[in-house]
Design a protein around this ligand. Structure first.
Ligand code: ADP
Length: 790
């Protein structure tokens, strides 16, 4: 055929060729990715040179061409072995030459054939073939029919699943009566893999082929069902997402309409971000998100919303996992402590031990330290120094007068204006979960109908349970185990015993005269200079003046008053300098009056000489040790006893015991028997406005009584402390160190103490012992021997 004819050949063949007429030698064209079945109408794009040649050649063979599937579709230039040897003879129905040189041909499968021999291989393949005839069953029995019906039905189902029109195909299928043809038709539409299709093609037994097609069809049907299901799910998901998105946009629009606009959304988003950022335990996070969701659903101006908002604010600001790194360099810590405080050896030693243990075993739950001592002895500043040494944050809360448990543990959120307790508030302020947390005045904790704060405190402090401290406001556990709690108290007696049990008490009794001078020189004075903007050269305080400030202008166990006096001096000098005066300003004992006014305390002026009926006792109060006088007056009466001076029950009983002792020993003491019946006794303890109590003045009362009745003076340089029994035994007392310091301040020279307190002398500083004489006594007689003048 001429070239031009091929170019625009559009010819439709009406008449089918007879199988016998098909030439046995034919051009062969390898096809990729598809196996051609008989009766199949297939459009082919022919691009490879050899194939174009073959298809052009087929014109000469009555348009018959042998089509064989290529084993590997990747092979561009197939050899003999690259194609299957069973294929299909096709007849070109229509052929168009495309502008790019390729040929588009419509080919119909006519008959199955097997290659006997390749007769030409160079320009194109030419093969000698043998036609394969299908073995059709002789008659269609019921089994075959059932099989065919099954295949037809499944094919329709599959088509329906794929969304193709089942109706027409159904018609087509129903007209096929040969199992072989049915198998080929279905197989050619199943999109089978080349190997599977080739396998089918090579089966000449039509029944067997149909069976195989049936299997493949069933598999394809299953696959398509699952696929369809997945697709519906995906579709559902997409449409739900779209719906959510749409609704959310609508909600936004509604919010905007209501004037709530984007602020609220931004707020919610902000909270969400912060909650994620603060790394809280999973349980708490879930609860917090729940609250956030509630907030999201509320009107933003409602009072309830503001409660939830404050709550969330509190939660996100708590240091759930923020902490500072501990500095545990013991030498450095020691330096910091020494820099900040003079003396306090015992306390410093204990702190350094604590840090050392932490360094070696960071997991050890530390004991709670409690500093007990009078005001102004450096308890708080010691806590600050610890924080500084460890590079931790410091927070201080005063518990004085707290009676309500909610102060510690927070109010329930149902109350308007409810807040978390002081501990969590403190942590929130610190911003870290391992600060040094100082709880001041633990001894002033009260309790009443509003609950017992000490039990809440117990939970917070106890290392065994404080990793899950529950605050009522927070309503979820918070881990306090990293906090270093330090407590302070003025006296240990009133600390709730359950708390006391869990603490390690470090007593800071107060300073001696000499220690105060040292503290003033090394710490207080330099600090005051700096605070008042002065330089060292501008003031000089003489040693005499310093001693006088300590002894005549202050009377205290700590150094707070001393600090104030030094501050006053510095202030006055700062004024002079600011007014333009120049030079160095000396402060001497003589000109001290100009700075501080007249001396306030005259240690020895109180009682210039020994008197009858006046004994000096020693008391241990919150502000350290103090001396107190027991005055007794006798006057004519009927033997009545009167006790005044705001004294408590225990002290009153002491007075009665002292009187009984005196009466019982009247003869031995040389007192006239009638004296008791004809005199009234008045015992007064001056500083009458200050409540006093305790048994330790017993010995002083007995001494004053005997002195009054025997008219012998009590030595004014002697002070005494000790409880007495009716038999006159002297019983031990507490706070000896504080009392000794108090006695020294009062200018006492000689202190009588109970024999049983001898061991406590070990704790008394040597400087005190060098100035004070201590005598231990077993009974009142021994004390009288020393105290009463002859
Ligand atoms: P407290 O808490 O015991 O009542 P503070 O810690 O407030 O006492 O101390 C009062 C003042 O005295 C602080 O300025 C403190 O620095 C100072 N201070 C107390 N003891 C010493 C000391 N041993 N060395 C130096 N300064 C001290």
């Amino acid at each position: 055929m001429a070239e031009a004819d091929i170019d625009d050949l559009i010819e439709i063949i009406e008449k089918e060729g007879n199988i016998e007429d098909i030439p046995k030698d034919l051009p062969m064209m390898p096809v990729r990715d598809v196996v051609v079945f008989t009766d199949m109408l297939l459009p082919l794009f022919v691009g490879r040179e050899k194939s174009i040649k073959a298809i052009e050649e087929c014109i000469e063979f009555d348009r018959y061409i042998f089509l064989a599937a290529q084993k590997d579709s990747e092979v561009e230039n197939p050899k003999v072995n690259d194609v299957y040897d069973v294929g299909t003879i096709g007849r070109v129905q229509k052929m168009i030459k495309l502008p790019d040189g390729r040929i588009k041909a419509l080919v119909q499968g006519i008959a199955k054939a097997r290659v006997n021999q390749f007769t030409k291989k160079r320009k194109f393949f030419k093969v000698n073939v043998e036609i394969l005839i299908d073995a059709e069953p002789e008659e269609l029995d019921i089994k075959i029919e059932a099989l065919m019906r099954n295949v037809k039905e499944n094919s329709e189902k599959l088509l329906a699943l794929k969304g193709e029109l089942a109706g027409d195909v159904g018609d087509l299928l129903s007209h096929i009566e040969s199992p072989g043809k049915l198998a080929d038709l279905v197989a050619s539409n199943l999109n089978l893999k080349v190997e599977d299709a080739q396998d089918l093609l090579e089966i000449t037994d039509t029944l067997e082929r149909l069976n195989k097609v049936n299997d493949l069809l069933a598999r394809e049907l299953d696959l398509s069902t699952v696929q369809a299901k997945i697709q519906t799910n995906v579709k559902d998901e997409i449409s739900r997402n779209q719906r959510d998105y749409y609704l959310r946009e609508q909600v936004k629009a509604i919010h905007r309409e209501l004037g709530e606009s984007d602020d609220k959304l931004a707020e919610i988003e902000d909270f969400r971000r912060k909650i994620k950022k603060c790394r809280m335990p999973e349980k708490c996070k879930i609860e917090t998100f729940k609250q956030l969701k509630r907030l999201d659903q509320m009107h933003s101006d409602s009072s309830e919303a503001s409660v939830v908002r404050t709550y969330l604010d509190c939660i996100v600001e708590l240091p759930w996992s923020r902490s500072t790194n501990d500095s545990l360099d013991i030498k450095k810590a020691c330096k910091v402590l020494d820099q900040n405080h003079f003396g306090l050896e015992k306390a410093k030693e204990r702190i350094l031990e604590y840090l050392s243990v932490r360094k070696l075993n960071p997991k050890k739950r530390g004991q709670i330290i409690c500093f007990v001592g009078p005001p102004g002895v450096g308890k708080t500043s010691l806590g600050q120094a610890i924080a500084k040494a460890m590079k931790r944050k410091f927070h201080r809360v005063s518990l004085g007068g707290i009676r309500d448990e909610a102060e510690i543990r927070g109010h329930r959120r149902t109350y308007i204006g409810s807040m978390p307790g002081r501990i969590l508030q403190g942590l929130r302020q610190c911003g870290t979960n391992n600060p040094v947390f100082m709880l001041d005045e633990i001894d002033k904790l009260g309790n009443d109908f509003r609950g017992d704060p000490s039990s809440a405190l117990l939970e917070a402090l106890d290392p065994e349970q404080n990793f899950e401290f529950s605050d009522h406001y927070l309503n979820m556990p918070f881990d306090l185990s990293n906090v270093m709690f330090i407590l302070t108290a003025n006296i240990a007696d009133t600390i709730p015993s359950a708390l006391l049990d869990r603490m390690e008490v470090i007593h800071i009794p107060g300073y001696t005269h000499q220690e105060k001078i040292e503290i003033a020189k090394t710490h207080l004075f330099p600090r005051k200079l700096k605070e008042n903007g002065l330089i060292r050269r501008s003031i000089h305080i003489s040693p005499n003046a310093m001693a006088s400030i300590v002894s005549e202008y202050t009377l205290e166990a700590g150094v707070r008053g001393l600090e104030r006096r030094l501050d006053a001096i510095c202030r006055k000098i700062a004024r002079k300098i600011a007014e333009g005066k120049k030079g160095r300003f000396p402060v001497t004992k003589q000109n001290l009056v100009r700075y501080l006014g007249p001396p306030r305390f005259m240690p020895e002026l109180d009682q210039e000489e020994s008197q009858v009926g006046l004994a000096t006792g020693l008391a241990w109060t919150e502000v350290g040790g103090e001396h107190l006088y027991i005055e007794i007056s006798l006057f004519q009466g009927k033997g009545e006893l009167m006790v005044t001076g705001q004294i408590g029950e225990v002290m009153q009983e002491s007075a009665r015991a002292a009187l009984t002792y005196t009466k019982a020993n009247q003869e031995r003491l040389g007192i006239d028997k009638k004296a008791f019946d004809e005199t009234d006794i008045h015992i007064h303890v001056p500083a009458g406005a200050i409540p006093k109590d305790g048994p330790s003045a017993g010995i002083a009362m007995a001494t004053a009584l005997v002195s009054a009745f025997t008219n012998r003076k009590v030595n004014n340089k002697v002070a005494m402390t000790g409880e007495i029994s009716l038999r006159g035994r002297v019983l031990p007392i507490g706070g000896l160190k504080e009392k000794a310091l108090g006695a020294l301040r009062a200018g006492i020279k000689h202190v009588i103490i109970p024999e049983k307190n001898k061991k406590d002398l070990y704790d008394i500083p040597r400087t005190v012992k060098s100035k004070l004489k201590f005598t231990c006594v077993r009974d009142v007689d021994e004390a009288l021997e020393i105290a009463l003048e002859k």
